[in-house]
Design a protein around this ligand. Structure first.
Ligand SMILES: Nc1ncnc2c1ncn2[C@@H]1O[C@H](COP(=O)(O)OP(=O)(O)OP(=O)(O)O)[C@@H](O)[C@H]1O
Length: 343
């Protein structure tokens, strides 16, 4: 079974990238939510500016669509520094990274998205670059190979990962500041929606904003996407009025459920309850049951289901909570949460 990428998929689709760019907050002061990260980052950046030195390297971890790329761009903007963007999968060989590092301008911000997917030789080159602003260029092969050290300009690395746990410790330790991005509160998503509505020239009453925010899976990217779909629906069916009823009808039409669960979330929960009696079941078995890659289930669906209190990760596997059974309107078997109690 192939799960279609849904309206609430946290990944950006191609035609969406342009709209996203237009909706991106450009400065830290415009960035909504993630209060602690914002405050810590602003201290790091301010003190770097005062010392006239590039700040410590920054690692950002969190689910897709929570604003990691946006924050990386903001870091460069706040430092008034140029920004270079690449991603882990593009750095297949050490030479790919050397070509970038050796051409960085002084103080430039290098953003590596999906940094956990970088090839090993590139990763090792990065250690030295991050620590000593130096790369060793290997010339020749085999026993005759020599390493020629090359100084590079001091720079700031901003790494983003959806899977901080996969980063090797030597790499993780070289970041002076780690920002854990969490899902957004409904009230924060409302602020994201008001801001986007203004930029898109959409009239958004409070009740419409609330309905969209609470179904946005705690993710600004999804909130912005749902806003555009609800606007289309309201334009066609309600003279552009986005009240609670219209927002709710539009989101039902697009199969976003009342808690913002998407089709993949529901498929994972459904399989867990119907095929495995609520678990425990291993991640890969669960992924096969919904026809998805284990990584997709782990990175995309699980964090939100865990956050919603619908699924628990235990040493023996994934387990549905009581809330999951009631969310799908099912009755758990008597032994669903361990042995039944005897009177
Ligand atoms: N704090 C925020 N305030 C307002 N808008 C935000 C915020 N965070 C993200 N957004 C919006 O969500 C969109 C997606 O954010 P972004 O691309 O930065 O996410 P990401 O975490 O880098 O995702 P991915 O890992 O998939 O690249 C942006 O276009 C931006 O409009």
């Amino acid at each position: 079974m192939e799960i279609e990428r849904d309206l609430v998929s946290p990944d950006a689709e191609n035609d969406e990238l342009q709209i996203e760019a237009a909706l991106r907050p450009k400065r830290l002061g415009e960035f909504i939510g993630q209060g602690r990260v914002r405050e810590q980052l602003s201290l790091v950046l301010e003190s770097a500016l005062r010392r006239r030195r590039p700040p410590d390297h920054v690692l950002m971890s969190g689910s897709p669509g929570l604003g990691k790329t946006t924050l990386a761009m903001i870091v460069a903007a706040e430092l008034n520094a140029p920004l270079r963007i690449t991603s882990g999968p593009a750095l297949e060989r050490a030479g790919d990274l050397a070509a970038i590092l050796s051409t960085l301008a002084e103080g430039e911000v290098l953003f590596i998205d999906e940094i956990h997917r970088m090839a090993r030789p590139a990763e090792e080159m990065l250690y030295l670059a991050m620590e000593d602003f130096r790369v060793d260029i290997i010339v020749g092969k085999g026993p005759g190979a020599t390493a020629i050290p090359l100084d590079i300009s001091p720079f700031t690395l901003v790494g983003a990962t959806t899977r901080a746990g996969l980063l090797p410790a030597p790499l993780r330790d070289r970041f002076g500041f780690t920002a854990h991005m969490d899902f957004y509160e409904v009230s924060e998503l409302e602020q994201v929606l008001y801001r986007s509505a203004k930029l898109l020239r959409v009239t958004l009453p409070d009740e419409g904003a609330h309905e969209i925010a609470r179904r946005s899976r705690g993710t600004p990217r999804i909130a912005n996407r749902l806003l555009r779909r609800v606007r289309d629906f309201a334009d066609m069916r309600a003279d552009g009025l986005i009240n609670q009823e219209i927002a709710s009808a539009a989101l039902n039409l697009y199969e976003v459920d009342a808690n913002g669960l998407d089709r993949l979330d529901r498929a994972v929960l459904g399989a867990l309850l119907k095929k495995f009696g609520g678990g425990p079941v291993g991640l890969s078995t669960l992924a096969v049951a919904v026809g998805e890659e284990a990584e997709t289930v782990e990175v995309v669906a699980e964090p939100f289901l865990v956050r919603q209190g619908l699924l628990a990760r235990t040493p023996r596997g994934r387990v549905a909570t009581a809330a999951a059974w009631s969310h799908l309107g099912m009755t758990p078997p008597p032994d669903a949460f361990g042995a039944p109690l005897l009177d």
